[in-house]
Design a protein around this ligand. Structure first.
Ligand code: NAD
Length: 547
């Protein structure tokens, strides 16, 4: 059985406590991993703390070269990484080798190797013309926070971990990662590549385990937590940090993404987009399409097209009927299972609740016989907003379709969810698309595609509302793990007009000085010139104002 140990201070270590993980395709025990205890986590944070200052002080070219070497090593190991992801999550290899998973993680390394230095480059402080600042000059530096604790989920175990780790390392931090207990091995592939790329020991540590290990990392002395996972857990992490008076975490949480299909949309194209975005990764993406609002006159055609595409996928995946019973597929190439049995039960609860409240089940919706945690692609029509499937994150292969009167109603209903991660508008009229996109509340809205900008590394990634705080990817991610620190030097010691003693001329100087600099009317500004000069001269005769 494959084994995953802890990676602390550049060495493998064992905690003495093991847990076993299942292959979701079969439900059988497939690997075991070391569960970190509080002592292991303390050791990892200490190792990170010791290694970080030298890394932050190293020239940018040193850090960039490590990122690039890690990138090239990971490219050479794509098959191994994809096989590990398959073992842990059951994800079809095309879904890990394509799109949101391995290429996005690799892109992350390429992007931050190229873009970190310009973002973190010291910025001169502009003083504009202000007599009080005469002789001063300074720079703003972005300093790494120190040790970043990253808590990551299982659904994109490679690219989301990379999204948390790479900007932190690139900007001079050390990291301690607590991967999901459902994907503890993939992060070890990342750790191995960084170690082989020459990343100094202690800068990257992996402490696997479940909620207790996550809570222990939150309670440890990291400088910031980057949390990617469910809203319930993320909010509890934020509460724990607030209670301890520590920096708020970066949170990437639930989605309930809406797709708005306009009357002029290319319906066949939109339906294929909906099917892929609802069913890829078996619907287990924070940015899966979980609500479709279609303008009523096109709803029938949209559902027909979506059903045809779903039927093709169901066949390809190999779900089969025997004597009225649906059977789990034998292949994992076209479609994957859900991550665990409790996830399957939640998905099925959403579907049965919708059907009991009047939705039409058009495809799927049954738990198949056989091993593993499979659930077929499921299409629901006549869905209403009070159904569970429209209110809570389903995180499974369910496509609920709602017919609406017009686009305005579609956008209003799309915006009613507290989770506002991404959304999309489908129309042939790009002007209309841009207008509606601007009205939708989400961290990312796309026109005629959904969420694929996740793989465009320059695009910030994160939710509005309860979908999260802060952003992964882009320059924004570097700002999340660094802080602006200024250094200002008084090159010429000048009299400090604001120092003691406070006098009448000093008062006049400041009051009329504000008029001179900021008054709305030119006459008022010009009128202040004389009084400012007189106050200055009067002050020169008194100690404290230039005297
Ligand atoms: P989860 O909240 O169950 O677990 C996430 C991580 O938190 C895991 O590593 C887990 O071990 C850890 N954890 C659990 N309890 C903890 C605690 N009390 N303190 C600290 N850490 C704790 O989520 P999951 O099931 O792994 O992931 C799926 C969820 O993640 C979905 O809701 C999905 O929408 C969300 N997600 C969001 C994004 C995004 O970018 N917004 C990306 C991927 C997944």
């Amino acid at each position: 059985m494959r084994e995953g140990r802890l990676w602390i201070g550049g060495e493998w270590s064992e905690s003495g406590n093991w847990a076993v993980g299942q292959d979701p395709r079969t439900g059988e025990d497939a690997y075991r991993y070391a569960v970190a205890g509080p002592n292991d986590i303390r050791r990892a944070v200490d190792a990170a703390r010791r290694a970080q200052p030298a890394w932050a002080a190293s020239p940018w070219s040193t850090r960039r070269d490590v990122l690039l070497r890690a990138l090239h090593l990971m490219v050479d190991r794509i098959d191994e990484i994809s096989a590990t992801i398959l073992l842990e999550t059951g994800k079809p290899p095309c879904e890990s080798v394509g799109g949101a998973e391995i290429p996005t993680g690799l892109e992350c390394l390429a992007y931050y190797a190229a873009e970190t230095e310009p973002v973190l480059r010291p910025r001169p402080i502009r003083t504009r013309f202000r007599p009080y600042f005469f002789g001063k000059s300074g720079f703003v530096y972005r300093k790494p926070l120190g040790v970043i604790g990253a808590i990551t989920p299982w659904n994109l175990p490679f690219s989301l971990a990379m999204g948390a780790i790479v900007p932190a390392l690139a900007s001079g931090n050390a990291v301690v990662v607590k991967p999901s207990e459902y994907a503890p091995l993939t992060v070890l592939e990342i750790a191995g590549a960084f170690a082989d790329a020459g990343l100094p020991a202690g800068l990257f540590n992996v402490v696997s385990g479940g909620p207790e290990a996550g809570a222990a990392l939150v309670a440890s002395q990291t400088d910031r937590i980057v949390f990617i996972g469910s809203a319930a857990t993320g909010h509890s992490v934020a509460r724990a940090l607030a209670d301890a008076g520590r920096m708020p975490p970066l949170l990437e949480l639930d989605g309930k993404d809406a797709m708005v299909v306009c009357a002029d949309a290319d319906v066949a194209y939109a339906a294929q987009g909906a099917v892929w975005n609802a069913f890829s990764n078996t619907g287990q993406l924070c940015c899966s399409v979980e609500r479709v609002y279609v303008v009523r006159e096109r709803a029938g055609a949209f559902v027909d097209q979506a059903l045809q595409a779903t039927a093709r996928l169901t066949d390809l995946a190999g779900f089969a009927e025997h004597a009225g019973r649906l059977h789990a597929p034998a292949t994992h190439w076209a479609f994957g299972p859900l991550i665990r049995e409790s996830a399957r039960q939640r998905v099925h609860r959403h579907v049965t609740d919708a059907v009991e409240r009047g939705a039409r089940l058009l495809s799927g919706g049954r738990i198949p016989a056989g091993p593993g945690f499979w659930y077929p692609p499921t299409v629901l029509a006549d869905v209403t907003d009070e159904m569970l499937v429209m209110r809570e994150e389903t995180f499974g292969p369910v496509l609920p379709v709602v017919a609406v009167a017009d686009e305005e109603e579609a956008v209003a209903r799309a915006n009613a969810s507290p989770f506002a991660l991404t959304g999309s508008v489908w129309t042939r009229d790009l002007k209309r698309g841009r207008r509606l996109a601007d009205q939708m509340r989400a961290g990312l809205v796309m026109v005629n595609d959904h969420a694929s900008a996740y793989a465009m590394l320059d695009c910030p990634w994160g939710g509005s509302g309860s979908g999260g705080w802060g952003r992964l990817h882009g320059p924004d991610a570097l700002l999340e793990v660094t802080e602006a620190c200024a250094r200002v030097v008084d090159r010429v010691p000048t009299p400090k007009v604001w120092w003691y003693p406070y006098t009448r001329p000093a008062y006049e100087y400041f009051r009329r000085g504000s008029e001179l600099l900021f008054a709305g009317r030119l006459r008022q500004r010009l009128g202040a010139v004389g009084p400012v000069l007189r106050a200055l001269m009067a002050g020169r005769r008194q100690p404290g104002l230039g005297g």
